[in-house]
Design a protein around this ligand. Structure first.
Ligand code: UTP
Length: 412
């Protein structure tokens, strides 16, 4: 079987110019052969060939939309005209929670290379006095809401091959932080191979491709593939409250936000905060050619980023903090209709590999392209989407870097 499978694969790989990944295959023992074949079989080789052309060999020049306007966001504190609506939103949000129609969705599959913590980032002891790990901070919030609303909040946690086993073990060791283990659903996201700058798949070892998680945008596909969506449907879940593992200030559950999202029939809603400065490294909510979307800080021309309103405030002031509400029918629709074609984002990184002689190389400058999808790229696919402003001091202080801005020190 191994021989058959490898013959077919060899042909296929040759035809897409990637024959070299089986270079060491014949000399490997059978378990190592199997594991390489398994990796290769889990990839969509045809689309990899296209991706290498489109995103790796040529740097895609994303044409900027012709017309970029600031996005309108619901304010944090409602004015007179919105006060009653916010009341209704709060009531609606509470109702949804009381009826058990909301699930928490944590994406924790990233590599956390910038923080450099030895283990899944969620294990990082973040609180200043009691040193609670990030996972515990979220678990305690969720259990508090469950107590208040008299309904457990099912918790879906996305990991990846780089941290799945240690994450599950950490939860086991901590008795799931008081959660009933049947109400936590772990699942893994997809992996993407790294390419050399000229589009060749890199081998991390003789029996293994250099793989990394396919970005938080991969979560929308992984929810479906893993059976998490089916589990949600069984439980009667209607909305997901999406958050990331690195921000301990996040309100994992926010009745007003969930209520605004649900009342207005939105498919995907997002929280925003006023930016700390024109060039802060967060995505920007904009209306581009008539469609709400996030433009990354690196893609927003500085001339626009610096524009001011007559009162001196920033014109493009709505920063993205990766907190979303997603409706189930939206995620289902994306997965059913083959519409789930989020763009790939290209990053040049240092990736260790074995060269054609089987020698391990640790590059000291970027030698590879990694491709990732971002969850906010689903916003323009939503039939309607809203943005709601929250307060930075109250809700956003991510732990991204070992030192300096957005580090454990600033967060604490
Ligand atoms: P980041 O964009 O900060 O990436 O992730 P990262 O991989 O964690 O960290 P660096 O860039 O290597 O330092 C933001 C959030 O998205 C999740 C992360 O776990 C974090 O909660 N994420 C990121 C995934 O779940 N999967 C991914 O493929 C990437």
């Amino acid at each position: 079987d191994l021989v058959m499978a490898s013959t077919d694969l060899r042909e296929k790989l040759k035809s897409i110019g990637q024959g070299h990944v089986l270079r060491f295959f014949d000399a490997l023992e059978s378990a190592r052969r199997k594991s390489l074949l398994h990796q290769l079989q889990s990839l969509d080789l045809d689309s990899l060939a296209e991706l290498a052309d489109e995103y790796v060999k040529h740097k895609p020049t994303a044409a900027l939309p012709k017309e970029i306007q600031p996005a309108k966001a619901y304010p944090h504190v409602p004015d007179e005209s919105l006060r009653e609506f916010y009341q209704q939103a709060q009531t609606k949000g509470r109702e949804l929670l009381h009826e058990g129609k909301v699930a928490a969705f944590l994406v924790a599959g990233g590599q956390g290379t910038r923080l450099g913590y030895d283990g899944p980032k969620g294990e990082f002891p973040v609180t200043p006095i009691r040193n609670k790990p990030l996972f515990q901070v979220f678990a305690e919030q969720l259990r508090g809401h469950a107590r208040d609303f008299g309904r457990v909040i099912p918790w879906y946690i996305m990991t990846s091959d780089v941290n799945d086993a240690p994450t599950r073990a950490f939860f086991e060791r901590h008795h799931h932080f008081g959660y009933d283990s049947k109400d936590i659903f772990f699942f893994q996201q997809g992996m993407m191979p790294a390419f050399s700058l000229d589009g060749q798949l890199l081998l991390a070892d003789k029996d293994s491709l250099a793989l990394s998680p396919d970005g938080h945008g991969g979560s929308l596909r992984a929810l479906h593939r893993s059976g998490a969506l089916a589990d949600m449907r069984k439980r009667g879940i209607e909305h997901l409250s999406y958050f990331q593992v690195d921000n301990p200030l996040v309100h994992c559950i926010d009745p007003v936000f969930l209520g605004l999202h649900a009342l207005t029939g939105r498919e995907m809603s997002s929280k925003t905060i006023p930016k700390a400065g024109a060039l802060e490294k967060v995505g920007n909510f904009v209306i581009a050619d008539g469609v709400l979307q996030v433009i990354e800080y690196s893609d927003l021309p500085e001339s626009l980023a610096q524009q001011k309103n007559p009162d001196g405030s920033l014109k493009f002031n709505a920063g993205s903090i990766a907190i979303h509400a997603l409706s189930m029918p939206f995620i289902e629709r994306l997965n059913e209709s083959g519409q789930l074609k989020l763009p790939w984002h290209r990053a040049e990184k240092k990736v260790a590999y074995v060269d054609q002689h089987g020698k391990a190389i640790k590059p000291d400058k970027p030698n590879a392209v990694k491709l990732e999808q971002f969850v906010f790229d689903a916003i323009p696919l939503a039939r309607n989407a809203i943005v709601y402003t929250t307060d930075r001091a109250e809700e956003f202080s991510p732990v991204k870097n070992a030192e300096g801005a957005d580090s454990p020190e600033t967060c604490r």
